[in-house]
Ligand binder design. Structure first.
Ligand code: F0G
Length: 451
């Protein structure tokens, strides 16, 4: 009922455990479902019935129903009868209003879908429940990935749940402490390689010649199937009203690909009338998609040597670039890049809403400000930012920012005042009530009126 189709040459591929790519042309694969499972477009009452069924499952104690991926299982009909899923009750994440960001941008219809509220603190859990479920069904005993940290943390947790070994390849240094700690905690064989993410991906591929492992990087089409359910959950939370824009950070470009697949399938099935414009934001120093679109109109990948403090998206040769280009073209979205100062500022502004996220996630708000300025996003439009990771993933970044140790002076040029307004101070005081009172007063006197 499911088969894997090449996104380039369209040929049908068998399911394999190694490096999932087309046998004919080497391009990426995507999951396609048999038309007997996936009928033609649903009529309005049938679509409404599905929507009610998905919502009702939230009241159930069944393992699949408690998952924000598997309660939408009609969208990814890949389970055999009676097959148990590997789940940590992922998904069902909050959609937050952002009152301060609304005021600042003038966009009243602005929300953050916080994927950092997943079991391992990032959006990766949505895809990982599907990939590890599939790996176990195929008899794999070990899973592996190259990662900037979050995929690794997620894979390690789901593998542990499934009773499988896991192998993590991460770049040495340049990975957030919380993510490394998670890989250790969940018992992965953790290898820090003397290279970057793109180098780790190369080594993993070479390793497959020596050692059969099931790869759960996002070239694995089942990862995308799990991740695409984000589209359904977001629409459910918005009463099935489609936002005008959804904005995601771009690294290896799987998330944008998955969201696009999700929305376009929902539209094809008659579950929503249209798809939102999906836009991708990259860090200036890790901007292969921005360059690919600018310099080749999306026809050939322009790989870069990636460098950014948003280590999650420090990727120069994104595997899913072609899928992401197609999603942007199909939905009318764009790609923009933001500087290190813009990322740090955006992250602190989201933090001031009580909504922490990791640096890579804050690119969405930084990029949105650009898009509003350009007029690409209009004042009456509805926008959802996808916050991909939890603030505690990279506490070191937060502390360096507030202590003024994060950015070089050359990077802050033009942003000094805005950044200074967001920098919070830790008061180091004697154990005295009087001293604390003075600190409170000094802080309040220094605050702008609006706060
Ligand atoms: N945000 C966070 C927090 C991430 O961890 C990643 C990717 C992205 C955004 C970008 O998503 O790759 O689908 O475009 N992290 C991967 C990892 C690469 O290994 O954890 P993408």
């Amino acid at each position: 009922m499911i088969h894997l189709r090449c996104i380039e040459c369209g040929s049908r591929n068998p399911e394999e455990n190694g490096w999932q790519q087309c046998r004919q042309c080497g391009d990426l694969l995507e999951a396609v479902y048999d038309s007997t499972v996936w009928g033609s477009k649903l009529n309005a009452p049938a679509a409404a019935e599905w929507q009610v069924r998905w919502r009702e499952r939230r009241k159930s104690d069944g393992k699949e129903d408690r998952s924000g991926v598997w309660r939408f299982r009609e969208l990814l009909p890949m389970l055999d009868e009676g097959q148990a899923v590997v789940s940590l009750e992922e998904g069902n994440t909050p959609l937050y209003a952002l009152p301060r960001c609304r005021r600042q941008s003038g966009i009243e219809g602005l929300w953050a879908k916080h994927q950092g509220m997943n079991p391992t603190g990032s959006f990766k859990d949505l895809g990982m429940t599907a990939a590890v479920t599939r790996a176990r069904a195929r008899g794999a005993t070990a899973v592996a990935c190259a990662s900037t940290g979050n995929t690794a943390a997620s894979m390690a947790a789901y593998a542990a749940q499934a009773g499988m070994r896991s192998l993590v390849l991460i770049p040495s240094g340049k990975i957030a402490g919380g993510k490394l700690a998670q890989s250790m905690d969940y018992g992965a064989i953790t290898c820090q390689l003397d290279t970057d993410f793109d180098g780790c991906a190369r080594v993993l591929r070479a390793l497959l010649e020596l050692e059969p492992v099931y790869v759960v990087n996002s070239i694995n089409p089942f990862r995308i199937e799990g991740q695409k359910t984000l589209a359904a959950e977001m629409l459910e939370q918005l009463g099935w009203e489609v936002p005008d824009h959804v904005i995601v950070p771009g690294g290896n470009l799987a998330n944008s690909s998955a969201l696009g697949k999700g929305f376009l399938e929902l539209q094809a099935w008659g579950l929503c009338r249209r798809a939102p414009q999906i836009s991708v934001i990259q860090a200036e120093g890790a901007n292969p998609l921005a360059r690919t679109l600018r310099e080749t109109e999306g026809k050939a990948l322009v790989a870069v040597e990636a460098e950014t403090r948003a280590t999650a998206i420090r990727i120069g040769r994104p595997a899913s670039w072609k899928k992401a280009v197609r999603v942007l073209q199909a939905t009318g979205g764009v790609c923009r890049e933001v500087s290190e100062a813009e990322i740090a500022l955006a992250k602190a502004e989201l933090g001031a809403e009580g909504i922490g996220c990791e640096p890579a996630s804050a690119t969405t708000w930084a990029g949105m400000k650009q898009l509003v300025k350009e007029g690409f996003i209009g004042p009456q439009q509805k926008v959802v930012l996808v916050l991909t990771g939890h603030t505690l993933k990279d506490a070191d970044y937060v502390m360096r920012f507030h202590e003024g140790r994060l950015l070089e002076p050359a990077e802050t040029r033009g942003w000094e005042r805005a950044l200074a307004a967001q920098q919070r101070r830790i008061w180091k005081l004697p154990a005295s009530a009087e001293a604390v009172k003075q600190a409170m007063q000094a802080t309040l006197e220094g605050l702008p009126e609006e706060a």
